[in-house]
Design a protein around this ligand. Structure first.
Ligand code: HEC
Length: 358
């Protein structure tokens, strides 16, 4: 199984929606596809699709206020954290119930002392009171050269904010509805941090995005210390999750989160499992199944499933090189995905269709 280089993983793979919000979004070229998908759906599974036209739903979803930022934080109870002391209820107590500033960080999911699903907002000043770490990074593709980053470890935030010790998945939510997911294993291996300062500066003085869209990478981004190349660990070959434009964090239970997007059948098939892993690491950042996953793509899981089932060749070509199918495609290409990876994705997405008739 091959994965693309880290650069393809960042939230910057396609322009942030801040740009798109002010410019008419080029959905027209996709509308025909959307209609094709929809009619595929209606003919095959009339009960599965909402009756409103997909293009309309897309527009509505798009123009709606960008959703509250969501980040999920993991909760590894390792020794150093235990030594840092018990959860800090004071940080939650400082949080506002409404956004006060553009630089507030939204927090939601399982928060200490609050009903599940509550949202709160933390100011940058309050985040700066937490224990900070500073790294010199050389291999984060969001920066053009060696850069000093300062921030709070996600595990530290989990400890301070999460009400549920089992809330071991942290989701970083970006302003364009791109989501980055941090599993317990990923956090334990790579110790990602919520970046508060770049080269000692606040977000208004951060470098613009490395891909030349001229966009600010604030209010928050996530990065980690250079990955030790001598160290072989379980998440070494996973895609790096280094989004920018992060506006919120969600804290979730990893088990129940993954259960929601688990294959609907053939779960013991290794090919289906391989596709499930790739979908978690890649597709879930922009494509959603209900509440789970990013909504940047505006093509939910069941639409991908319809393509995988009805037009697997189109699906595979699109995932490999979307621009070959549609020059206006915003979806990043996955040039390193081999046939086995593409077929595994197809096998996984097909399980979301109704069982085939005998
Ligand atoms: C960085 C965001 C992003 C990621 C990650 C992503 N997609 Fe997409 N995807 C999009 C967007 C945006 C579209 C809408 C069409 C376009 O602009 O390319 C889309 C559309 C699609 C389509 C519909 C194509 C059509 O003809 O209508 C398929 C199929 C698809 N994606 C599959 C996947 C799969 C499978 C993965 C994971 C391997 C994935 N995508 C990961 C952003 C993404």
């Amino acid at each position: 199984m091959k994965f693309p280089p880290a650069a393809g993983n960042s939230g910057s793979s396609i322009p942030n929606s801040r740009n798109l919000a002010s410019v008419p979004i080029p959905i027209a070229p996709r509308a025909s596809h959307a209609r094709e998908v929809e009619s595929l759906y209606h003919s095959a599974f009339p009960c599965l699709l909402p009756s409103t036209p997909l293009t309309c739903a897309m527009r509505k979803r798009f123009t709606a206020a960008f959703c509250a930022a969501i980040v999920v934080v993991v909760f590894p109870l390792n020794v150093s954290l235990a030594a840092a002391g018990p959860a800090t209820p004071s940080l939650i107590a400082k949080a506002h119930s409404q956004r006060v500033s553009d630089t507030d960080l939204a927090i939601s999911g399982d928060l200490a002392g609050l009903p599940s699903g509550s949202a709160r907002y933390l100011s940058r000043e309050d985040l700066l009171t937490l224990p900070l770490v500073t790294y010199s990074v050389t291999d984060d593709p969001n920066f053009l050269g060696p850069t000093e980053i300062t921030g709070v470890l996600l595990e530290e935030l989990s400890l301070a904010l999460s009400g549920d010790p089992a809330a071991d998945l942290v989701v970083a939510v970006c302003d364009d509805r791109y989501h980055a997911h941090y599993s317990r294993a990923y956090i334990a291996d790579r110790h990602p941090l919520l970046v508060l300062k770049v080269n000692g500066q606040s977000p208004d003085r951060w470098p613009k995005d490395a891909e030349g869209h001229g966009q600010s990478m604030g209010p928050y981004m996530i990065s980690h210390k250079r990955f030790d190349s001598n160290q072989e660990t379980s998440t070494r070959h996973e895609e790096s999750q280094i989004p920018w434009g992060v506006v919120g964090l969600e804290f979730h239970n990893e088990g129940s989160f993954l259960a929601a997007i688990a294959p609907r059948r053939s779960g013991s098939d290794p090919q289906v499992q391989a596709g499930f892993r790739t979908a978690q690491q890649n597709c879930l950042r922009c494509h959603n199944l209900g509440e789970e996953g990013g909504q940047k793509a505006r093509h939910p899981w069941l639409v991908l499933s319809a393509w995988a089932t009805a037009a697997p060749e189109h699906f595979a070509t699109y995932v490999h090189n979307p621009q070959a199918e549609n020059p206006h495609a915003e979806m990043p290409a996955n040039p390193n995905y081999d046939q086995a990876t593409l077929q595994a994705l197809i096998a996984y997405f097909r399980t979301f269709q109704l069982p085939e008739k005998p």
